[in-house]
Design a protein around this ligand. Structure first.
Ligand SMILES: Cc1cc2nc3c(=O)[nH]c(=O)nc-3n(C[C@H](O)[C@H](O)[C@H](O)COP(=O)(O)OP(=O)(O)OC[C@H]3O[C@@H](n4cnc5c(N)ncnc54)[C@H](O)[C@@H]3O)c2cc1C
Length: 413
């Protein structure tokens, strides 16, 4: 122990947004890193997934790889309007003159995850950080001095530290004996990407508004959320209790919903569809017994996407894990090195607990039968024409609390 002149790079399992951020964040701190990825290089990572990138995340990207956040801002979309309809009738609309604010980075940008990942791949290449494809982690053995890893391609690796950023089904999590604890959403949600890059959307595309339809008559009384991003629109359709999600996500039903909420000209542009029940879970520990393996991102926690805490909190984990490892590598005592890793666990567990709670508040609101919430929604809808805060409540509530976890002084999620 004693310097960042290490013989072996720190290993990162997984080339998703968490793993790529972690590798860039290590490199930016002068620590060599290498990524082990289970998939092949020609994989298809389709789907908009994390479209809402918070300003704090853009700043982290730019800090660990200058220009990375700015490239996303250049491509991304800052939609100016929030709009909400209650059973087909508008109850709230607000358009901002300067929706991104005056800072160096906007409050958010809306960009498909596949673009974010493409920029990250460029940044890794520029930094000379290797991704070893077809090298899924199969076993992890940690000791007080480091980690021994075996991968699916038959190779064996020694490293001072391993970051497990291998997603929700994490092998690394299982290898260190950690387990997810938590719940699953009651309702299923159908997520659809509608492409904008086609001739059928002619001269008058829909205005860029983030829209929420409560009990939309055009969608058989389901809730539908629409969010624009650069290149497309994202629809989240909340299935009703007795819905068959396969039927709702079938082409016929989707085309009917899209024709009603967006317009007939969008129905041939379905690019990606997926059906989910959202998990709200946290690993019972984020680190191994020797404090040499750190779980980050979805390997450590999964949450519903309302409030957009998913990828944003994964990026914050990745940066914090890189910071802890950098200090631990320079420590002159084992105690200090272990303590840094323990601090990582306690800070990011606090953040995960807050984020899961906040996403859970949104979920509870959306799917809950709680009579007080039902009454509050009804009363707000009836007052919205005369009393703007009532409409604003309806507009805001589906996304849950807005704040970053109080434990994250940086404002990161
Ligand atoms: C429908 C949907 C909408 C979403 N919307 C938002 C949003 O608006 N805002 C937001 O912030 N987030 C959102 N998210 C969440 C976001 O997509 C995830 O949080 C993010 O992709 C997680 O990143 P990750 O790197 O932790 O995991 P992943 O993206 O799952 O990456 C894990 C990587 O590890 C690899 N891997 C797996 N096993 C191994 C192994 N054994 N060894 C090595 N590599 C392995 C995988 O191939 C993959 O490349 C959404 C997610 C979904 C599904």
């Amino acid at each position: 122990m004693g310097s960042t002149d290490i013989d072996q790079p720190v290993l990162v399992a997984g080339a998703g947004p968490t793993g790529m951020t972690a590798a860039l964040a290590l490199h930016a701190r002068g620590v060599p890193a290498a990524i082990l990825e289970a998939d092949s290089e020609d994989r298809d990572r389709a789907g908009s997934r994390a479209i809402y990138v918070h300003g704090s995340t853009l700043k982290t990207f730019d800090r660990v790889s200058p220009g990375l956040g700015k490239k996303q801002v250049e491509e991304g979309l800052v939609w100016p309007t929030r709009r909400t309809l209650w059973r087909g009738k508008e109850v709230f609309k607000r358009t901002y003159d300067n929706p991104g604010g005056d800072g160096e980075f906007p409050h958010f940008t809306s960009i498909p995850q596949e673009s974010t990942e493409a920029y990250m791949h460029d940044a890794l290449e520029e930094a000379g950080i290797p991704i070893h494809w077809d090298a899924g982690v199969e076993s992890v053995e940690s000791t007080p001095d480091g980690v021994h890893v075996e991968t699916a391609d038959g190779r064996e690796w020694e490293a001072p530290y391993l970051i497990g950023a291998d997603g929700g089904g994490s092998r690394v999590r299982k290898e260190i004996g950690a387990e997810f604890e938590g719940d699953q959403s009651e309702n299923s949600f159908v997520i659809v990407d509608v492409d904008l890059h086609t001739d059928s959307i002619r001269n008058e595309p829909l205005p860029f508004e983030r829209m929420f339809h409560y009990d939309d008559p055009a969608a058989n009384g389901r809730n539908v959320m629409l969010v624009p991003f650069s290149g497309g629109w994202r629809l989240d359709i909340q299935c009703l209790g007795d819905d068959d999600p396969e039927e709702v996500s079938g082409e016929e039903t989707l085309k009917e919903i899209i024709a009603s909420v967006m317009g007939e000209e969008y129905t041939d542009n379905i690019k990606w569809t997926s059906t989910y029940k959202f998990l709200q879970v946290i690993a019972d520990r984020f680190v191994d017994e020797h404090r040499r393996v750190l779980l980050a991102g979805e390997a450590a926690h999964l949450l519903a996407p309302f409030g957009a805490r998913g990828m944003n909190s994964c990026v914050a984990d990745a940066d914090a894990a890189a910071s802890a490892i950098t200090v631990a590598l320079q420590a002159r005592t084992d105690g200090v090195a272990r303590h840094e890793v323990d601090l990582y666990e306690s800070q990011r567990r606090d953040a995960a607990e807050y984020n899961v709670w906040a996403a859970g508040e949104a979920l509870k609101y959306l799917q809950g039968e709680d009579p007080v919430t039902v009454l509050r929604k009804e009363v707000s809808a009836s007052l919205a024409d005369y009393f703007e805060p009532a409409g604003e409540y309806l507009d805001d509530a589906p996304y849950g609390p807005h704040e970053a976890p109080p434990s994250a002084a940086s404002g990161n999620y």
